[in-house]
Design a binder for this molecule. Sequence first.
Ligand code: GZL
Length: 325
Amino acid sequence: MKKILGLVVSVMAVLLLAACSGTSGGAKKTYTYRDMVVGFIQTGSEGGWRAANTASFKETAGELGLLLKFYDAQNKLENQVAAFRNFIADKEVNVIVLAALETTGWDDVLKEAKDAGKIVVLEDRRIDASEDLYATYIGSDFAEEGRKSADEMCKLLEGSASKNVVELVGNVGSSAAKDRGQGFREKMGDCGIVITQTQTANWSATEGKAVMESWLKQSTDIQGVFAQNDEMGLGAILAIQEAGLKPGVDIKILSVDATAGAFKALVEGTLNVTVECNPLLAPQVYEAALKALNGETLPKWVPSQEGVFRSTDPNLAEVFAQRKY
Ligand code: GZL
């Protein structure tokens, strides 16, 4: 009788211990999406790409049943760093997702997040930080987008005696701007392209128009515009039209993102090429975060798959009609 009692007590103790540690029989807890509370630090709302990126995170969170705490940094780096620390302090949050405005300045908060046991996933924008401080980076190969842009501009300017190209740059501290510019410069020499002007227009259509206006006042010996995103390219198109020139004909225009605004301009023929940059990253990000929560080691970069769209493409209107952004 004593032996049976002793056995019963031992089993109850193990079950009680397991119940307290949240596991049954000592098995490690397996997280599901319903256990995930994601603190997402977004750059801001600077254009069509960003709106589609934000929508992807909000819609996918609802579909998966995870709790998303969304923060819009209004394009201010100091807001992103403060939000990062707030999510570290938030006991509910077990995953932090960052779309970094700038590539530098993240080491301290990343170390604090690691010490607090929070999973960090980088989305969209790469950063200069030690890889052991984040689970993975889900985003585009911006340098490849730059190389594609130069190859496409070479095609657009084939046969042109001069190949003077002006470059509208995004936020100069961002990985997207740095890497697109570097990629374009790697390949532009293949066909003799010369960058005669380069200036930031901070991803903005308004600033893109103003910068292009100032360049056109200095010289109209411009054969191409390389706009590092669609908004700046659409601004340049307006400036070219107001200068009495035909965008897409007199001056060839290429931009990056492949947003709805760009597709409309492709159909009109005022834009010649848009190089796709995929904003619908949330499914990949949440999947990676769940794997990291369950202790999986991830590749440090999962590149997005992207294409190129041209005003000369057949069935352009049908492709446009099927796109989500
Ligand atoms: C690219 C993204 C860039 C877009 C811009 O992944 O970071 O930021 O190209 C956006 O339109 O502002």
